[in-house]
Ligand binder design. Structure first.
Ligand code: 5AD
Ligand code: SF4
Length: 466
């Protein structure tokens, strides 16, 4: 069948969708040119905020209507099977069929490996199938990657290294839907990245909810896997060292991080392993010690700022990005101002701001959601405006420098230009030299700065750090 996957949410979901695409292709299905042309449509859902879940469920509802010949999209639609996967399925359980009575199948996050089989069952006439993973389940197909020649992964790939999360921050539903923390064996990850590099992948992004906890709860190493005697001893830096040794691989990124993981060994890895990108996504959530304690974040404002200071200590251009929640229950003007000032002190290169949304079953859902919607909106706008100014001034400091950029392709805004990213994950736009291909390394001299984009001219094309 021709399939299409519509993905909501974080990079974990993006990665799971890629794995599902590979599994479907291995089972003989083919990627549809577009959604309207697909016979099998999957929606990969997110539930981290109420709005995210509504979008995914709403999308599924529209697809089912089209399948049944109703709604705007009905005409010309070839959809025969609609499936919902991902986080919202685990949260909703059986209730998914209350929201979507005619859904063909629903499958939770750690069970996506079952999808090709579920498609077979639907083709045989079954409907309303529900598959919920256990909290400790290890999915089948974790290392499946689609074939680049069929429009799949290009020179960049995501690689899941850590599943689930046991942190239990008060507001967060992720541990309920993505289950317990589990580190994949290092041997498996190294083999996966080696295979990707052989297929031309130059940049990998290692994924985990709290990726620096890799190897802490589950033993991920055997002595035979150790990369080098006298090398790194902490599990995550050790994984970075092992991956750094892979030929052809140029860059290693990872996300997301918790300040507790910013150890001396991690800093040593940044310093000693040139393939490790100088960027860390370090969600702070709030700048108020009172709220950080209520959220159960296990760090103070001072500890967080210290982690940022240490990262920038050896490289002032080190890029730090973050997530912030505004309107957490009981967030006062004073708490909010503490977040504002923390953001200034940290000098974030980029920030994602989220309006608090109570999630059923989390600790904070017991508290009154007492910051009015209009006030959440105001705080959101204030932080966004602050970040525009901050992004501009941080980027202006880079004017005149030469950035090593991996070219991605024509820029979205202006197809005559190309864009790519530097080691700090900053978007860099430049006039493409003749013959450039995605994945080529270029050196770009920065001439102009915007809050979220750098503009420059290509110095010369040459291979980076090999
Ligand atoms: N409400 C608003 N934002 C949330 N996040 C997680 N849970 C919630 C919630 N209940 C945000 C956090 C996290 C990001 C992925 O989503 O900032 O880092
Ligand atoms: Fe949620 Fe905390 Fe886990 Fe991040 S670390 S996913 S905020 S529980």
């Amino acid at each position: 069948m021709r399939y299409h996957i519509h993905t909501y949410g974080c990079q974990m979901n993006v990665r799971d969708s890629e794995a599902v695409a590979a599994l479907l292709e291995a089972a003989g299905h083919e990627r549809a040119a577009c959604e309207a042309d697909a016979q099998l449509v999957l929606v990969n859902s997110c539930t981290v905020r109420d709005m995210a879940e509504r979008k995914a469920v709403g999308k599924c509802g529209n697809l089912i209507a089209a399948k049944e010949g109703r709604g705007r999209r009905a005409e010309g639609s070839s959809v025969r099977i609609v499936g919902l996967m991902g986080c919202a399925v685990k949260r909703l359980g059986q209730d998914v069929f209350k929201a979507l009575p005619h859904l063909d199948f629903a499958v939770g996050p750690r069970r996506f490996g079952a999808i090709p089989h579920l498609v077979e069952r639907c083709l045989a006439g079954e409907t309303r199938i529900l598959e919920l993973p256990d909290d400790d389940e290890v999915p089948a197909g974790l290392d499946a990657h689609p074939d680049a020649s069929r429009g799949g992964a290009s020179f960049q790939s995501h690689v899941t290294v850590l599943l689930g999360c046991d942190n239990r921050c008060s507001y967060c539903i992720v541990p309920d839907v993505r289950g317990h923390e589990y580190s994949r064996p290092a041997r498996e990850i190294v083999a996966e990245v080696r295979a990707l590099a052989l297929r031309g992948v130059k940049e990998v992004c290692l994924l985990g909810q709290s990726v620096l906890r890799y190897g802490m709860r589950t033993k991920a190493w055997t002595d035979a896997d150790a990369p080098s005697p006298g090398g790194f001893t902490e599990p995550f830096p050790r994984l970075l060292e092992a991956l750094s040794a892979i030929d052809g691989l140029m860059r290693i990124r990872f996300t997301s991080a918790h300040p507790k993981g910013c150890t001396d060994e991690l800093l040593r890895a940044y310093r000693e392993l040139p393939k490790v990108c100088r960027h860390l996504h370090l969600p702070v959530q709030s700048g108020s010690d009172r709220l950080l304690a209520e959220m159960g974040r296990r760090y103070t404002r001072a500890e967080y700022l210290d982690a940022v200071r240490r990262l920038r200590g050896f490289d002032p251009e080190f890029s730090v990005t973050t997530d912030v929640i505004v309107g957490y229950p009981g967030e006062t003007e004073e708490d909010f101002e503490a977040t504002r000032s923390l953001m200034d002190e940290a000098g974030f290169d980029n920030a994602f701001i989220f309006k608090y949304s109570p999630r059923p079953g989390t600790r904070s859902a017991e508290l009154p959601d007492d910051v009015p919607a209009a006030e959440k909106e105001r705080r959101d706008q204030v932080l966004l405006a602050d970040q525009e100014v901050r992004g501009q001034s941080r980027n202006e400091r880079l004017v005149g420098t030469v950035r090593e950029v991996l070219a991605e392709g024509p820029s979205i805004r202006n197809a005559a230009r190309w864009s790519g990213r530097d080691s700090g994950n900053r978007i860099v736009v430049f006039a493409p030299p003749p013959g450039i291909s995605p994945g080529d390394a270029v050196r770009v001299r920065i001439t102009d700065a915007h809050p979220q984009v750098l503009v420059g001219e290509v110095d010369c094309m040459e291979a980076l750090k090999e």
